[in-house]
Ligand binder design. Structure first.
Ligand code: GDP
Ligand code: MG
Length: 186
């Protein structure tokens, strides 16, 4: 039984539902949950996620920033040494989707040369009549960027756990690979 810890950063435009997603994930389920307010406008959600088909688990430290600024010193500090990325857009906002590539650039510049597992999350699927971002279009972009892709509705409590479970699974996989590479050396 291995217990891992991973720093997860939440990226995406303001109002896409990042805080809602982190909070609903935090408040659900029987696992031990903690919520910390680090400084004004920064929340840390800590939650343990079991890795399917193993007895291992990953404790996710989800850093949620209220900062609207893509380029701010606070964000630079907060996003130091991430392990996994949760990139969120709003399916009713074309702009929030197109900005994802800017957020991704920003995150990757933070951890140059490091493989960062990540998910792309299209939120607010309940607003079906106002949808402007096609699921297939999002999927194609996510694929091109090596991100797993999900759609959620935090409002309807739909599919909100899947992105985090996927991140835990990806992080765990990376860990297994490292262990095997290490064993191959000795
Ligand atoms: P953040 O700025 O990315 O952290 O976004 P928030 O979590 O603060 O959410 C912004 C607004 O979107 C709030 O009014 C939420 O209630 C609303 N919201 C979040 N998720 C959903 C959703 O799935 N559907 C709808 N209709 N509204 C949502
Ligand atoms: Mg927020």
């Amino acid at each position: 039984m291995v217990k891992l810890a991973a720093k997860c950063i939440l990226a995406g435009d303001s109002t896409v539902g990042k805080t809602s997603l982190a909070q609903i994930f935090r408040s659900d389920g029987a696992h031990f949950q903690k919520n910390y307010t680090l400084t004004a406008g920064v929340d840390l959600v800590v939650k343990t996620v079991p890795v399917p088909d193993t007895s291992d688990s990953v404790e996710l430290f989800i850093f949620d920033s209220a900062g609207k600024e893509l380029f701010s010193e606070m964000l630079d500090k907060l996003w130091e040494s991430p392990n996994v990325l949760c990139l969120v857009y709003d399916v009713t906002s074309e702009q929030s989707f197109s900005n994802c590539s800017r957020w991704l650039d920003k995150v990757r510049s933070q951890a140059p040369g490091i493989y960062l597992p990540g998910v792309l999350v299209g939120n607010k699927t309940d607003l079906a009549g106002r949808r402007t971002v096609d699921a297939a279009q999002a999927r194609a972009w996510a694929l091109s960027q090596g991100l797993e892709c999900f759609e959620t509705s935090v409002k309807e409590m739909e599919n909100f756990e899947a992105p985090f479970h996927c991140l835990a699974k990806q992080f765990h996989h990376l860990y297994r690979e490292k262990v095997e590479a290490f064993h191959a050396l000795v």
